[in-house]
Ligand binder design. Structure first.
Ligand code: CAA
Length: 402
């Protein structure tokens, strides 16, 4: 077992470009998104102008190839950008994360040259906003249990079904949609597993038959436009099949591996924001004749937050780095997401406790951080799913070594 968990120790040093990117995105976020974060949390208003500013700064195509108008940057850079955005506005960070890692990146990995020309350039430039449709009202963690159907009609595919919990739902222009193409009976006859009949399609908002459910009234990330995407006899051109027939489940899993690094980064940003708020408050607030930062009870809370944030950051950069070097990163991504999402909730609780009564009000951001943190333990695979993914990979590593 020890051998399995052994890792080469790496100290993580960001490159000058990555440090510069962090400073740039931090300044932009502080200046443009921070004040607004409270307003959009209250009103649920989707901040399209934030996405537009990110597109002007070439962030909407950050990791996409330069050939298609992207920035050609690495995944560590992506992680830094999402973390910095999440520090001031978790909603804005998930809008970009869903656009890039759940929609644009799978199109880049699995799309034909034709499809990349058709969609990737506009996604990279931020002319299109992307979304990913896997979950349904009756299935989330059990991704194979989807009911959405795709029928091959010769000249086109016909899609029918309802997708749920879609980030950027009503606002997106392009959706990567997973649907059961090969009927279950056919798969059974051929002795094939259910997931071998799932395919992925690119659906546009303006295709006839696409409509939306009501916006979900959420606890946190309240402005990110989460709703059902309803597909009623939607005719999808043949060339909009992503990858090949039956490859959809694999596409979804590969997409979520990358997406989970984004959510780990988002959670890390929220945790860092909690630490920053709590530590600056503790240095100013006085009780019993001294600053509350002088009390060991407060110091211990700050210490735990700071230590766990460092661990979370190393896990996240390690997963991103494995992604960049082309190594397997499924387990690392799940570890980073599991650790950072639970850290975000813990850090938010501690920040609120340190701020006391003020933390429980909207005068400070601690209560928003707590509400925003919770979703990171749920979307793109719950903490329970991350534990399953990590366990499956550990067991496989053990079996491979025996
Ligand atoms: N990469 C590539 N292929 C993978 C893979 C990966 N990481 N994980 C599994 N697969 C492949 C397997 O190899 C297998 O293929 P073969 O039969 O050809 O070998 C196939 O997928 C099925 O694998 P499993 O039998 O392990 O599948 P399962 O049904 O047991 O499910 C699971 C595994 C990990 C639980 C998966 O269902 C899962 O990740 N569930 C959570 C889904 C999720 O995260 N949903 C969130 C939706 S996105 C969202 O949140 C909305 C938003 O907008 C933010």
């Amino acid at each position: 077992m020890e051998k399995v968990l052994e890792k080469d120790f790496q100290t993580f040093k960001l490159t000058e470009d990555q440090e510069l990117l962090r400073k740039t995105i931090r300044d932009v976020a502080e200046e443009n998104f921070k004040e607004k974060a409270r307003e959009i949390d209250k009103t649920h208003r989707f901040p399209r102008e934030n996405f537009e500013l990110l597109s002007q700064l070439e962030m909407t195509g950050l990791t996409l190839p330069e050939k298609y108008g992207g920035g050609g940057m690495d995944y560590v850079s992506y992680s830094i950008v999402i973390e910095e955005l999440a520090k001031v506005c978790a909603t804005t960070s998930v809008i970009l994360a869903a656009h890039l890692s759940l929609c644009s990146i799978p199109i880049n990995i699995f799309g034909s040259d034709f499809i990349k020309e058709k969609y990737l350039k506009k996604l990279a430039r931020g002319e299109f906003l992307g979304a990913f449709c896997l979950s349904e009202p009756g299935n989330g963690s059990d991704a194979q249990a989807m009911l959405t159907k795709a029928e091959d009609k010769g000249d086109y595919y016909l899609l029918n079904g309802t997708k749920a919990w879609i980030t950027n739902g009503k606002e997106a222009d392009v959706y990567v949609v997973l649907a059961q193409e090969i009927p279950l009976d056919t798969l059974k006859e051929k002795g094939l597993a259910k997931h071998k009949g799932v395919s992925a399609f690119i659906v546009e908002k303006n295709m006839a038959g696409v409509s939306f459910g009501k916006l979900e009234d959420k606890l946190g990330i309240r402005a990110s436009s989460t709703c059902q995407v309803i597909l009623d006899n939607v005719k999808v051109p043949k060339e909009n099949l992503l990858g090949s027939t039956g490859e959809g489940f694999k596409i979804a899993m590969v997409t979520l591996d990358g997406g989970r690094i984004g959510i780990a980064s988002q959670a890390l940003g929220i945790a860092q924001a909690c630490f920053d708020l709590a530590s600056s408050y503790a240095k100013q607030r006085e009780a019993f004749g001294k600053k509350i930062s002088d009390f060991q009870a407060i110091q211990f809370m700050l210490t735990e937050m700071a230590t766990e944030i460092e661990v979370g950051r190393l896990l996240t950069y390690q997963a991103a780095n494995l992604h960049d070097t082309g190594e397997k990163f499924t387990k690392s991504a799940a570890e980073a997401k599991l650790f950072c999402s639970e850290l975000a909730s813990k850090a938010a609780n501690k920040a609120l406790q340190i701020l006391g009564g003020y933390g429980y009000t909207t005068e400070y951001d601690a209560e928003r951080f707590l509400r925003d943190a919770k979703i990171t333990e749920i979307y793109e695979g719950t903490s329970e799913i991350q534990r399953i993914v990590i366990a499956q990979n550990i067991i496989k590593e053990i079996s491979d070594k025996i």
